[in-house]
Design a protein around this ligand. Structure first.
Ligand SMILES: Nc1ncnc2c1ncn2[C@@H]1O[C@H](COP(=O)(O)OP(=O)(O)OP(=O)(O)O)[C@@H](O)[C@H]1O
Ligand SMILES: [Mg+2]
Length: 148
């Protein structure tokens, strides 16, 4: 489960694949159906931005695990035009091409951690993570596994 998943993003069909991979990984990590849907939605918005504003890029997803929680980390990268003003781009309703301008702020709200690193004419990396608290049973199982 600690493998990274790569999805190349170049067309609308890839959004469906990214969404499905996000949902599968979230479910494997024990996220609720609702949370899996929220994560898949955030991933597809970020992927759609790559298709619409750049053309191509990549999404990587990986499972995180520490003593107290599981996490699903998403890293989206592209070599596109970059975002000139990230705080404006993160406002509800800012759209440069007639969209609704809800993709970035929406994805940020759906995830627990969210950051954008971008350079004009170089590209953009969006990193986001959602966490799930491990319950007592999972911690006990883990302890047993380590002890045996
Ligand atoms: N990967 C990217 N590369 C370059 N610019 C981007 C990228 N992602 C977002 N942007 C810029 O940030 C703006 C805000 O993105 P956001 O997803 O919130 O809105 P939108 O894509 O314009 O509309 P919507 O997602 O609601 O259809 C975009 O209009 C675009 O200018
Ligand atoms: Mg968008």
């Amino acid at each position: 489960m600690d493998d990274q998943i790569h999805v190349r993003i170049g067309c609308d069909d890839d959004l469906v694949a990214a969404r499905a991979e996000a949902r599968t990984l979230a479910t494997a990590l024990g996220f609720s159906r609702t949370d899996a849907t929220l994560i898949a939605t955030a991933v597809s918005e970020i992927a759609r931005n790559i298709v619409v504003h750049v053309g191509e890029g990549e999404i990587r997803m990986e499972a995180l695990c520490n003593d107290t929680r599981y996490g699903l980390r998403v890293v989206a990268t592209d070599n596109g035009p970059g975002i000139r003003n990230t705080s404006t781009a993160l406002e509800d309703g800012y759209a440069s091409r007639g969209g609704l301008g809800l993709g970035l702020p929406g994805a940020r709200r759906l995830m627990d951690e969210f950051e954008i690193e971008t350079e004009v004419d170089r590209g953009t990396t969006v990193r986001m993570t959602k966490w799930r608290q491990r319950d007592e049973l999972e911690r006990l199982r883990d302890r047993d596994r380590r002890a045996s």
